[in-house]
Every structure is written in C-alpha cells, then in structure tokens.
Design a protein around this ligand. Structure first.
Ligand code: EPU
Length: 335
C-alpha cells in the first residue's frame, strides 16, 4: 500500500482537473483494503477512483481516494464454448480487450477504446455500439465499505440498467470492487446492430472477425470522440434521456429528424443531438468547450478550471431545457 498526503489528482482524472485530495492510497492487493479497515483507516469521506475517466472534480477533494492498482486476468473455468475470467479491478480495460484478441475470446470487442479500469466497468455498466458490459458479466466481487465485509453479487443481482447498476445506486460510495467475472465465447459471435459500426465495416469492406470489429470500433470512436491523451474529457458527459413517447412525438415537430430508440415504457433520445440542435456543438469559452464532433462530450482544451466546466455544462442543461423541455442529467460523477 502506498499512502500520499495532499496528492495532486491531475494525472488521475481524464478531465485533467488540477485539484488535490487530502489523502491518496494505492491499494496493491484486495487484502490491503481489509487491513486498512481493521486499522480503522477507513473513515469517510472516501472515494474509490478507477481510471478517473468518468468523474469531474469540481474542487479539491477533502477525503481519501482509494485507488486499486492490482491487476491480472485469471481463467477460472473453461469448456468447449466458453471461458470464465476473473479479472482484477486495477486492470486497464483495454488490456482486457487485448487479452481477448490474443486468446480469441468473443463478447467485449465492441467495447474497445473505452478508457478506465475493469473495476469501474460494472459500476456504470459501460456500453457502446450495441453492447453493454452486463452482457458478459457473470459476477462482481468486492468489499462493503467501511467494514470491508466481502461480497459477491451474481449478475442478476447487480441491477444493471442503462449506465447504471447496484454499485451506482444503493451501494454508491459504499463498495470497493476487487474482481469482475466475465463469461466470454470461444466461437465467433458478433453484435453488428449499430449503424455507425456496420457502415464502417462496409466502408472498409471487412468481413466480421474479432480483429476487424475491434479495428472498426476504434475508427468510429476516433472519428467522433477526443483522444484523451490530448484533450481533457470524460466521454459522454450526459446520459441519453428517456422520455414518454408522447413527449418525443411532440418534439418531432420541433426537430423533424429527431433520433429516438424504444426504451421500455418510453423513448430514448440522443442527448448529443439535442445539444447539437440547441447550437452548442463546437462552442468554446476559454479552455472549456463542447466537442465539435460529438456534442455529448464536454472538453477541457488545456487548463480549464473546474468552475468553468461547471458553468458550461449548467448553461447547456438550462438551454436544452428552455428549448426542448428536457432536463439532461450528467452521466459523469460530479464531486
Ligand atoms: N448526434 C448528433 N449530434 C451530435 C452527436 C450525436 O446529431 O453532436 C446524433 C448522431 O447523429 C446519432 C445519435 O445522435 O444519430 C447518436 O449518436 P452516437 O451514435 O454518437 O451515440 P450517442 O448516443 O451520442 C452513446 C454513448 C456513447 C457510445 C455511443 C456508441 C451515452 C451517454 N453515450 O452516445 O458512450 O460510445 O453511444 O454506442 O449513452 C460514454 O458513455 O462515455 C460514451 C462515449
């Protein structure tokens, strides 16, 4: 375990906010969390930080950041059709994708390119191009905080939904995920339902294969989303709103090409399109902006201060609400 006091978080959040925390702890094994709890070292406030790719720090954090750095992929079961992997929380998500490519395991390929750590993936049920991580998760292991009592939730008990789970709702701020269990296929099987992805496969004239799907997802992402090594951001800043069908129908008179997808009782709209139609795409104020190629992404072009990002996203919420009577909800965790 490595403990740092008054630690800069600049290198630990992809929004590149220049804030500090009171204490920062690198946990090199799950047992270290148990030791910490046993020594009475887990007193709130604390926050479990993965890759920092879905968080906006709006000020210095006056608590303790718990940062899992233990990594590794272990095969726990295998049969003719599938492999069960137990993957440590501190593993980079893209390292898992590369493991799947090397070992010819199917299921997660559409999720290539998502920044962050494996332990964070179930929290918001990461998703892209027609796949959500819940589709491949078997179980999630971890500790309840602050007692460090172990848990294991089977997928059916994780309450996965669109960008949400048990860990983002009832257990928010009260759990530390240590391992995620995935069940992946050994036989080729692809989800090619998302238009942008199928268009790219056709454009590049590629047959479906693990490598080709990964290659096309990466090119679609590169064409729409910023490179986080160059531009600060946290992916989609807002959730796509789900509204009653009647509201979507009336909005269609205002936005004839309104994008919508059926979603349970209601209709899911594309927040990016609403922000775009409201005229914010490419808007920039100082170093805070709305990404010119995808309006759902709030960006930090260099040294935007947290309050500048906050002012900008609040203006967007209020303007979209004035124009379309829809209140966008941030998808990122705001601290
Ligand atoms: N659109 C616009 N203008 C924009 C952005 C989008 O008109 O500025 C329209 C697009 O033309 C398209 C529709 O809105 O018809 C949807 O856009 P896109 O396919 O880019 O997907 P999204 O709904 O904006 C979601 C996820 C992304 C994920 C993509 C692909 C959320 C909040 N976002 O975006 O996830 O990569 O689908 O599956 O659900 C993330 O969560 O960080 C993230 C990047």
């Amino acid at each position: 375990m490595k403990v740092f006091e008054n630690h800069s978080l600049l290198g630990y959040n992809t929004f590149k906010m220049e804030v500090v925390c009171r204490q920062f702890i690198d946990l090199e094994s799950p047992d270290e969390l148990k030791d910490l709890a046993a020594q009475g070292g887990l007193t709130p406030p604390y926050y479990v930080l993965g890759g920092g790719s879905n968080v906006l720090f709006t000020r210095d954090y006056e608590g303790c950041i718990l940062h899992p750095v233990f990594q590794g992929v272990e095969i726990v079961e295998e049969d003719a059709q599938s492999v069960t992997l137990r993957v440590a929380a501190g593993t980079e998500w893209e390292d898992l994708i590369n493991y799947c490519l090397e070992h010819h395991l199917y299921g997660l390929e559409n999720l290539t390119g998502i920044p962050g750590l494996v332990g964070s993936a179930p929290v918001q049920n990461i998703g892209a191009y027609g796949v959500e991580v819940k589709d491949c998760i078997l179980a999630v292991e971890g500790y309840h905080l602050p007692t460090a009592t172990p848990f294991r939730y089977e997928a059916a008990d994780c309450r996965f939904g669109y960008r949400t789970s048990l860990f983002k709702t009832e257990l928010k701020g009260r759990c530390f995920i240590t391992y995620v269990w995935f069940k992946l296929g050994k036989e080729p099987h692809f989800t090619l339902t998302y238009k942008a992805l199928t268009d790219e496969m056709a454009r590049q004239q590629l047959e479906p294969s693990l490598e080709n799907v990964v290659r096309c997802v990466r090119s679609v992402r590169d064409s729409k989303l910023p490179d986080i090594t160059e531009i600060g951001c946290a992916g989609s800043f807002f959730q796509n709103p789900v509204v009653p069908a009647v509201q979507a129908a009336s909005l269609k008179s205002q936005i004839p090409d309104l994008v919508s997808y059926p979603a349970g009782e209601g209709v899911k709209l594309a927040a990016g399109q609403l922000i775009d139609k409201a005229g914010w795409k490419g808007y920039r104020e100082g170093d805070a902006g709305i990404y010119p190629k995808q309006a759902l992404v709030v960006v930090n072009y260099g040294h935007a201060r947290p309050e500048e990002i906050k002012q900008l996203y609040e203006k967007v919420i209020s303007d979209v609400n004035n124009k379309f009577h829809i209140t966008l909800q941030p998808e990122v965790n705001i601290l």
